[in-house]
Design a protein around this ligand. Structure first.
Ligand code: ZN
Length: 239
């Protein structure tokens, strides 16, 4: 009985809160209506979807093509178009301490991929690591937040076998500079746990693919029998 009363009270407090501070779309600022959460239906509808996962050899595969680094499946929810409201949304999630935005988007995407059997063969989710100093400063690792949401929907466990060494920022570097900057910055802390598994590397935004390739190479070096697929929330159209 006490539990029921607490639940009712929480709902009343939440409704009062909504009346005083109405929830707004994180993307366009419009007031959310019943049934909408984090983003309004207009923004969700306008999200520039890639649908890459429906194509077995898609744009991400091409970008990740590297000798001896086979990528099985690659998926990305939407195109990251510089200065678009959706790119700014990812930036806000990351730098304005709003991980709830990327968690919400990742859950929506994971539900769709689940229905399309994308996760059927995958055993473990591995988020791209953030060096602990950066994580401490930001308060969270965006890739880990996405991985948690995907794990929740797909019921595939996520691990922390990928670890980061410090490196300078990738921003304003071209593809070759990014690859050189990333070399050796990701390593595996327990290769035995990866043997024979099909792992899903998860990141927030893929640009040239240098970060994901660094992680994939580190995995295959430590555990050659591991198979690799990739999922990012967004992927840049600019190379
Ligand atoms: Zn909106």
């Amino acid at each position: 009985m006490k539990k029921v009363r607490t639940g009712i009270l929480q709902r009343i407090v939440s409704r009062l809160g909504d009346a005083i501070f109405p929830a707004v779309c994180e993307c366009c600022g419009r007031s959310l209506v019943d049934g909408e959460e984090i983003l309004c239906l207009h923004c969700l509808h306008d999200l520039p979807r890639t649908n890459y996962h429906k194509d077995s050899f898609n744009e991400l595969h091409k970008r990740l093509a590297a000798p001896k680094v086979p990528i099985e499946h690659a998926a990305s929810m939407f195109h990251y178009i510089k200065d678009s409201r959706f790119a700014l949304l990812v930036q806000r999630a990351k730098y304005n301490n709003r991980p709830i935005i990327i968690r919400h988007l990742a859950r929506i995407f994971a539900k769709e991929l689940n229905d399309d059997h994308f996760f059927d063969d995958i055993n473990l989710i591995l988020p791209i690591p953030l060096h602990w100093r950066k994580k401490l400063k930001r308060g969270f690792n965006q890739s880990e937040e996405i991985a948690k949401s995907i794990s929740e929907i797909s019921e595939i466990k996520y691990g922390d076998n990928l670890k980061a060494r410090p490196h300078s920022t990738q921003t304003r570097k071209n593809a070759i500079e990014r690859a050189a900057n990333m070399e050796g910055t990701i390593y595996i802390c327990n290769s035995d746990e990866l043997a024979g598994l099909h792992v899903l590397i998860v990141d927030d935004v893929m640009t040239t693919g240098a970060t994901i390739l660094t992680a994939a190479k580190a995995i295959l070096k430590a555990s050659p029998s591991t198979r690799i697929s990739v999922l990012t929330l967004a992927s840049s159209k600019q190379l």
